[in-house]
Design a protein around this ligand. Structure first.
Ligand code: LER
Ligand code: MN
Length: 277
């Protein structure tokens, strides 16, 4: 039994409407489509925690038989320019407060928050080492909040065009080992890994103990099946190492949202097996 679960993303941030999310804008439509296709979970990319209504999300999850897989925090960067590695302490505190509110919300549903774009980057008079030290300081504080609520924090390595801090699972594992908080896990986004890793499956094998979530995307950042990433060895590496989290589609709505979701669940069933086992 592998208990790997399927999920797809919905983005509620108009400024990210061209971003790699399966559904955009309409929460009820996304929940229904994802539920109808038999996914196990849904991942939300909201403008902020305040924009989400607990009762509405709770009802949508129940009505569509879905679990909340994770909640993204990248809108803190897109909308407010927040960064967890900012050189200014007060700016970092604002970034931490923004992420903490998402941790509070997500944890109500047993879900983790994702730190991807919110890791920031070096520059503005800061070396990479200084920015990484600031990022780790912020992550330690967030892990304390998350651990109180029984959920992990997911740190996502991003490709070199988005950050110069954490690009690979190896970079992420080093951060996990230095932060030394068991609640810090890595998000393996197969799109970023296709750019940064020499061998995706091997990197997953090496760093499996740290992986808490996967963004399930093909080389083209379209649904798995619309690109050329060799998925079989990747899923085998996850299974072999007892991965029990979500494969969550964070992909462009190509050729449209429903087709991307349909292709994703077909690929999930093909590689993982019916029912996620
Ligand atoms: C977020 O999950 C991600 O993968 C980033 O590319 C968004 O900037
Ligand atoms: Mn991602």
């Amino acid at each position: 039994m592998y208990a790997i679960r399927s999920s797809a993303t919905v983005c509620l941030v108009p400024e990210a409407r061209r971003g790699p999310f399966v559904f955009h804008g309409d929460l009820s439509e996304a929940f229904k489509a994802i539920g109808d296709l038999g996914f196990d979970g849904i991942e939300i990319f909201p403008p902020s925690a305040d924009s989400l209504n607990n009762d509405q999300i709770s009802d949508l999850l129940t009505d569509n038989n879905l679990r909340l897989a994770a909640v993204g925090t990248g809108a803190g960067m897109i909308l407010h320019g927040l960064s967890l590695s900012h050189r200014d302490r007060r700016a970092r505190e604002r970034a931490c407060a923004y992420v903490r509110r998402i941790i509070d919300f997500a944890s109500l549903f047993g879900a983790p928050a994702i730190v991807g774009s919110m890791q920031g980057r070096s520059g503005s008079g800061q070396t990479r080492e200084q920015a990484l030290a600031n990022l780790m300081d912020s992550l330690r504080q967030l892990c304390v909040s998350a651990s109180d609520r029984g959920v992990p924090v997911l740190l996502e390595p991003l490709n070199r065009y988005e950050t110069d801090l954490v690009n690979t699972l190896q970079d992420g594992a080093e951060v996990c080992e230095k932060v030394r908080m068991g609640d810090l896990k890595l998000l393996a986004d197969l799109f970023h890994m296709n750019i940064e890793e020499a061998d995706i499956a091997q990197s997953i094998e090496i760093h499996a103990e740290h992986i808490g979530h996967v963004h399930f995307a093909d080389s083209s950042r379209r649904a798995v099946g619309f690109g050329h990433t060799p998925m079989e060895p990747i899923v085998q590496a996850l299974k072999k190492n007892g991965y029990k989290g979500f494969l969550s589609a964070e992909v462009f709505p190509y050729p449209d949202s429903r087709s991307a979701a349909h292709m994703t669940i077909g690929s999930f069933n093909r590689y993982v097996g019916w029912g996620g086992f």
